[in-house]
Design a protein around this ligand. Sequence first.
Ligand code: LLP
Length: 454
Amino acid sequence: MPGSFGEKPTGTDTQAVFEHPGRFAVEYRPCRAGEGRYELVMEGIPLRAVADVVKTPTYAYALGAVDASIARMQEALADLDAQICYAVKANDTHAILARIAARGVGADIVSGGELARVLRAGVRPKDVVFSGVGKRADEIDAALAAGIASINLESAAELDQVTARARATGTTARVSLRVNPRIRADTHPYLATGLAEAKFGVPLEEAVALGRRCLADPHLELVGLACHIGSQIFDAAPFAESLESLRGAARALADAGAKLSRMDVGGGFAIPYTGDEAPMDLAAWARTVGPAARALGLRLVVEPGRYLLGNAGVLLVRVLACKTNGARRFVVVDGAMNDLLRPALYDAYHMIVPVETTKGALCRPVDVVGPVCETGDFFALRRPMPEVAAGDLLAVLSAGAYGATMASTYNTRPLPAEVVLDDGAAAVARPRQTLSDLLARDVLEPVFEPLGGP
Ligand code: LLP
């Protein structure tokens, strides 16, 4: 597995930020606090100022870094006939979606909720693809009404459902078949989706038969094939392999009369989570995948989520207390697994650095933990960190993707604030959920009614 899970990098996180200013959308700048002190800055703004105004825990996103990753991907794919459809599940904050849409990027959605969001953010329906292993009738209806580019079918049962909804609504559904290419990618087991035992897609052997069913169905227009092998993958080879493995099916369907126009290769482009990991070389990816893509003669669709956002965001937290239990030293912060679930769920490595520090500060291993009542509520275990004290601010890096979108209110903790930073200016993109909003969801005196009958 890449170092983004579990593994310990060779240097400290603070050192990595000094060595790679900007790679994680932040950099240390000498600060006024005193000789040799440095403060963490994002988009020219000291993160301390953000925390002072908006409080913590707060997600801060650097819009310049989002633009830069979009530009890197667009440039790398320039020689291929390719379309970028951003995987909205990585970060669905409107300000981010609007920025991405304004750069001409489409969207990969997995729910009716995400469809509503991307349309509101200005993504054109013809640039939207709908992935996901299960879709409700109302979600299919909304996609048909919007006229999106493709509903990606994941089973024979779903094919029947989409046909039924298209018939009922008097529309034609543009569909692609998501095929499970049975490719093992080097990533966390929860993030590998292309394995034979995964729930995703249809088996390769069934793809042609299902495709033929689409062709015979007047309510369906088969526009392409799709696959997605997993997430946080550095190596380009498995992407090329999965394209190769879908080639036979694409040819057989074309022979059967299909007018395929697109091959959706999914997302999964990795980002660095440690100072040891280099950013993914997308130009090399394009060189590796290019031949297979050109041989297919179809438009390539890519669905990056993490790549566009991951390194562009941080989660700001404040130290509540430092304590020692036996040999273990704990730094208790005001953010927790409900705000950023990845460390608890995947043992994911997120760099954690003080918002103010000294270069070369002595580091000692600590567990950075949240207040939630679970031993699994940690951001880092035995992590070498400079000395910190209650009241200090920390930044959990690479939290722009799958951070806020996976947040919950577990332990009745309101959802964190989200702030966008752009070239020296800051704006609240999502205010912190208020406690009264959270409490207001509950019906205080439920009105019971008979249900079901005899
Ligand atoms: N397309 C499909 C069909 C997907 O299922 C996914 C992610 C993507 C695109 C985008 O993948 P990306 O480019 O972001 O790797 N919560 C996990 C990641 C789950 C990804 C699920 N599917 C995490 O925090 O690492």
